[in-house]
Design a protein around this ligand. Sequence first.
Ligand code: MRU
Length: 345
Amino acid sequence: MKAVDWIDDHLRFLDQTLLPHEERFVDTRDVAVVGEAIQKLRIRGAPAIGVAAAFGIVLAAHARPAGKDETLSERIRKALTYLAGTRPTAVNLFYALERMKRVLDAGSGEPEAVLQTLLLKEAQAIQEEDVRACARIGELGSTLLGTKVSLLTHCNAGALATAGSGTALSIVTTAARQGKVIRVFVDETRPLLQGARLTAWELQKEGIPVVLITDSTAGSVLRQGNVQAVIVGADRIAANGDVANKVGTYPLAVLANRHQVPFYVAAPTSTLDPKLPDGSAIPIEERDPAEVTHFAGIRVAAQGIGVFAPAFDVTPNELVTAIVTERGILYPPFSSAIARIALTP
Ligand code: MRU
């Protein structure tokens, strides 16, 4: 099952807003459909967003000109700007767009067909690198776990969130194949329920025992000693190792610290943002208040109340036990290791 993929001449993605009830794939040649899908979380998860955006640029490169004077380069630059405005937090989006822009800059003198091929090759390289990164993160991360462990995760950092087998969930599935995993506690992940709808579904498909909990149950589960490691993904990691991930990750890290349970972050190097000194500089997306005031489309809060709806929070590096990347496992202090392995697009 691939959340995003290139099929011959177009993008195919799984509409994640319909899961787990319906597995509907969308085929598109329209960059606007890709942008809408990212904004609406039909495509979501940092690496998957980056891969989809790269292919979105390929689609734009093959689209009909908006007017008779629009050049290929202008059309691609418009698409770069449009896709960069879809979601602000996952740096993988900007990493992928920057790589596509560099191909455009380097190939702007080439015939259109050559440039189109170069862009497709770059998007496919970004996709393939992510597939390999996921597999390696799984291999490396599984070495951190004991022989029989129960784990806890938040949001969805699985195959649905990447081009490959996931980041946090790649560790879980690799360890499960090694016979190490007793069960995985999955936070439902309010308000959009990526844990309940996506992670629980993915793990069930893999035959891994899942225990779904409300986000506020995590404290009791940790206090009862029922979890040996917390593993989450990331949307952006600053130069000092501060981690932006789905809102609710930070309180989980505080709880893990309180109960002396290791807190692992799994992310490919395309999620590192060494330009930002610390987490305070990470742009945090704010979502539509209706996602909080409504549940499954039904209003559950009084009309007219104030709402604060950040999609992500920042976990300070001192609460992170290790960061598992495809280039190795990083331990505190993270700054020098991040500077060493971070990619420049
Ligand atoms: O809003 P979402 O569903 O895109 O948020 C996703 C997350 O927070 C994931 O944990 C993160 O992108 C890592 S995915 C490998």
